[in-house]
Design a protein around this ligand. Structure first.
Ligand code: CP
Ligand code: NVA
Length: 302
């Protein structure tokens, strides 16, 4: 009997043990305790319908380091950009490669790709979720604060976007405390929030100070995500008072760290002295994209 393929479309695709195992594997890959070429001869198709620096480079380099190969496919030069269906693309790619990573707009597109592909599908960001990023963030939290995430408090400040929902999904599975401060009208997806709130200590407030009080991790993201460029001006007004600055960091725990998935806009969602200051771990976090994703790749494609 052939083993059923596994996808990583959302954090809850893995249970608590599965996620902790991925994080442990990411740790071991980072320090060289796991090596070799577990993906020798394997290929990953990377579909990018939105821009990327970190995701593209970390997946491509990750595949190379694991002994495999990655192909970059963009709308500009693939038939998807000319309207070939997700279903046909999924079936065709399943005949060539061993896994697909996709970054796109509609989350349903990734779910459809996973449904029709007979190979693992990895979500490299949608309008709704960015699960690979939060795995790198969790690895960074473990490195800084210890392996047990339960009992920690994370403060999310700003937009209830794809990163906010990914943190909520992580709290849902791993059981840490999550405080989100979002302006009215910018709350995270209600279904994702409700599911997490049923089992974990997850709360939304309008007050960034309240959310930061005693937090071990303070994190934020841009106010206008990819595809929301035209809303940027209105969002700047709506998010006034939601900048993570040194005063806000002062409300967090004394050893609290600051995370941001990047790219960042200094002076908007975060002040330069915080993101470039001693509490910031953003470049360690960015590097961990490589290690966390290698763990996911070995797990799904290996
Ligand atoms: N954080 C992140 O996903 O970065 P890129 O958009 O550069 O891939
Ligand atoms: N929320 C941001 C994350 C970028 C990595 C966006 O979707 O543009």
């Amino acid at each position: 009997m052939t083993k059923a393929k596994r996808d990583f479309v959302a954090v809850p695709d893995f249970d608590r043990d599965g996620l902790m195992h991925l994080l442990e594997r990411a740790r071991r890959l980072k320090i060289g305790e796991e090596g070799g070429a577990p993906l020798a001869g394997k290929s990953l198709a990377m579909i990018f319908r939105k821009s990327s620096t970190r995701t593209r480079v970390s997946f491509e380099v990750g595949m190379t380091q694991l002994g495999g190969h990655a192909l970059f496919l963009s709308d500009r030069d693939s038939q998807m950009g000319r309207g070939e269906s997700v279903r046909d693309t999924a079936k065709v790619l399943s005949g060539y490669v061993d896994g697909i990573m996709i970054r796109t707009f509609a989350h349903a597109e990734v779910e459809d790709l996973a449904r029709y592909a007979s190979i693992p599908v990895i979500n490299g960001l949608t309008d709704l979720l960015h699960p690979c990023q939060v795995m790198a963030d969790l690895q960074t939290v473990q490195e800084e604060l210890g392996p047990e995430l339960k009992g920690r408090t994370v403060a999310w400040i700003g937009d209830g976007n794809n990163m906010a929902t990914s943190w909520i999904n992580a709290a849902y599975r791993l059981g840490f405390r999550l405080r989100l401060a979002c302006p009215e009208g910018y709350d995270p997806d209600a279904d994702i929030l409700d599911r997490a709130r049923a089992v974990a200590d997850v709360a939304v407030t309008r007050d960034p100070t309240e959310a930061c009080e005693g937090a071990d991790v303070v994190t934020t993201d841009v106010w206008a995500s990819m595809g929301q460029e035209e809303e940027a001006r209105a969002r700047t007004v709506a998010f006034a008072g939601f900048t993570v600055d040194s005063e806000l960091m002062g409300r967090a725990a004394p050893e609290a760290i600051f995370l941001h998935c990047l790219p960042a806009h200094r002076g908007e969602e975060v002040s330069a002295d915080v993101i470039d200051g001693p509490r910031s771990r953003v470049f360690q976090e960015a590097e961990n994209r490589l290690h966390a994703q290698k763990a996911i790749l070995v797990e799904l494609l290996g």
